[in-house]
Design a protein around this ligand. Structure first.
Ligand SMILES: [Zn+2]
Length: 473
């Protein structure tokens, strides 16, 4: 399915799905930039008109197809899609384009192949190119990462159809005065071939940022198969893969899908996924929806909900997909996509949303405290670090899994009866405490030379203090 067809049928399609979370998110961002290019929405009234029509205007998509013919062709001689026709030399293997293929001396992870045998089909080339703006990491020879530096955690609000999801993610001028990247004048997608100048980086420019100057050379008459999908390959020979646009450190840029945090008075920086596929994701993703300082596009949705009449029955629950990509030494360590539903009734009640966000803060502090208890237990017991670490780690993971389920229940219960939030929150606290005792007490009291009674008493003291400091419910 091509870009125009997907947008024309967006109201009948559920979502974008690709084997690679990187390509999935990259495709959403390409569609958003293309829509903003074809039919920039002037204001809230224009946005509402399209939302109510429940599909994208076909004439705008015809226009997109006509203009796109000039820049969405993968092997065009003068303006190949997401590439630079002047880039050379051709001295990088095709695998440079795809993080989940091993290349050069990086550690192989999912697949094993060698650079000289790697080839790609046209579709996989395009899917890899669209993932670069959001996920390109730094490379050798002074190659810099993409616009958000090391790939941050991305949060994509989702509706019940592709149409709703794309609409929810388009910037509406004037709705968020504190988001300069929404629609600055002169904003252009990269495929227009120039930047919009020294002002804030705009929505289209940011979503199509080109961290590499790439040029693919099609291979004629090859028998090779695509290393990713097995289709007949079109690019086998070396490609140009050079430094592109460096991150815009001297221009204002606030990515629509990134959660920004300022630590101890420093400049805000994006929240990034950790080294391990984390059990703690549930504490971050709902926060992106519940906190006042969530990603700009989520703040925009909160503003729409605050203004009342927009969604009605058409969107009872807002989904949030989070895309996490982490890599270290190997080119690809892990990538994940997780989904978090949030009933919109909660966003319509700021006090309830605040109370739930405070519970996430509490869970965060509690986890830190339990982590410290682990260190204390190790020191007190003089046991080998490995043994106690493993026991505690397993206890913490089990605790966290139970806490996540309890929080999911809390969200559902509070959505069903917002007036009853305080009582539900008290019950969730009790569940949290019960889970901590069940999983962490045995890990603590099994350690010697403290008597198990003494270790148990000390651990419960810590829990008492943690729950008292978190405010009794
Ligand atoms: Zn392929």
């Amino acid at each position: 399915m091509g870009l125009k067809e997907a947008l024309l049928e967006a109201h009948a399609l559920r979502e974008v799905a690709d084997a690679s979370p990187l390509a999935t998110f990259g495709l959403y961002r390409l569609m958003l930039a293309a829509l903003q290019w074809a039919m920039p929405l002037k204001d809230l009234a224009a946005w509402r008109a399209v939302w109510k029509a429940r599909r994208f205007p076909p004439d705008a998509l015809d226009d997109l197809a006509r203009r796109g013919r000039l820049c969405f062709c993968l092997f065009d001689i003068s303006s190949p899609f997401y590439q630079d026709a002047t880039a050379k030399p051709f001295d990088n293997p095709v695998s440079a384009l795809v993080p989940d293929l091993p290349g050069a001396t990086n550690i192989a992870h999912f697949r094993h192949s060698s650079d000289d045998r790697t080839a790609l089909c046209p579709a996989c080339c395009a899917r890899s190119l669209v993932a670069l703006p959001a996920f390109c990491t730094s490379g050798g020879s002074g190659k810099q990462p993409s616009i958000n530096e090391a790939p941050p955690w991305y949060f994509l609000p989702c509706g019940t159809s592709l149409f709703q999801t794309l609409m929810l993610n388009l910037p509406i001028p004037g709705l968020l005065p504190d988001w300069p990247s929404a629609a600055p004048s002169g904003d252009v997608p990269t495929w227009e071939g120039h930047t919009s100048g020294p002002g804030p980086v705009g929505f289209m420019e940011g979503l199509t940022w080109q961290p590499r100057r790439v040029l693919l050379k099609p291979t004629e008459n090859t028998e090779a198969k695509c290393r990713l999908c097995g289709a007949p390959a079109a690019v086998k020979h070396k490609i140009a893969f050079l430094k592109g646009r460096p991150p815009p450190r001297d221009r204002c840029w606030e990515d629509p899908h990134v959660l920004w945090r300022a630590e101890r008075g420093a400049r805000p920086s994006p929240v990034r996924p950790g080294r391990e596929p984390a059990a703690s994701d549930w504490r971050v993703a709902p926060r992106a929806m519940l906190a006042d300082d969530g990603p700009p596009i989520v703040r925009q949705i909160r503003e729409l909900v605050r203004r009342g009449d927009v969604f009605g029955e058409t969107l009872p629950t807002l989904g949030l997909q989070s895309f996490a990509f982490y890599t270290r030494q190997m080119r690809y360590s892990h990538a994940a996509v997780t989904a978090w539903p949030l009933p919109l009734v909660i966003l319509a009640e700021p006090e309830v949303a605040d109370a739930l966000r405070a519970e996430l803060d509490f869970a965060e502090v509690l986890m830190k405290d339990l982590g410290k208890a682990r260190l204390w237990a190790e020191a007190a017991a003089h046991v080998g670090r490995d043994e106690s670490w493993a026991r505690w780690q397993a206890a913490l993971v089990a605790f966290e899994a139970q806490a996540e389920r309890a929080f999911g229940r809390l969200i559902a219960e509070v959505a069903a009866a917002p007036a009853d939030a305080a009582r539900r929150i008290a019950a969730w606290r009790r569940a949290l405490r019960g889970a901590a005792e069940r999983h962490c007490c045995p890990a603590s009291s099994a350690l010697r030379p403290l008597t198990s009674l003494e270790a148990d008493r000390r651990f419960r003291d810590r829990l008492n203090r943690a729950f008292a400091a978190g405010g009794n419910r």
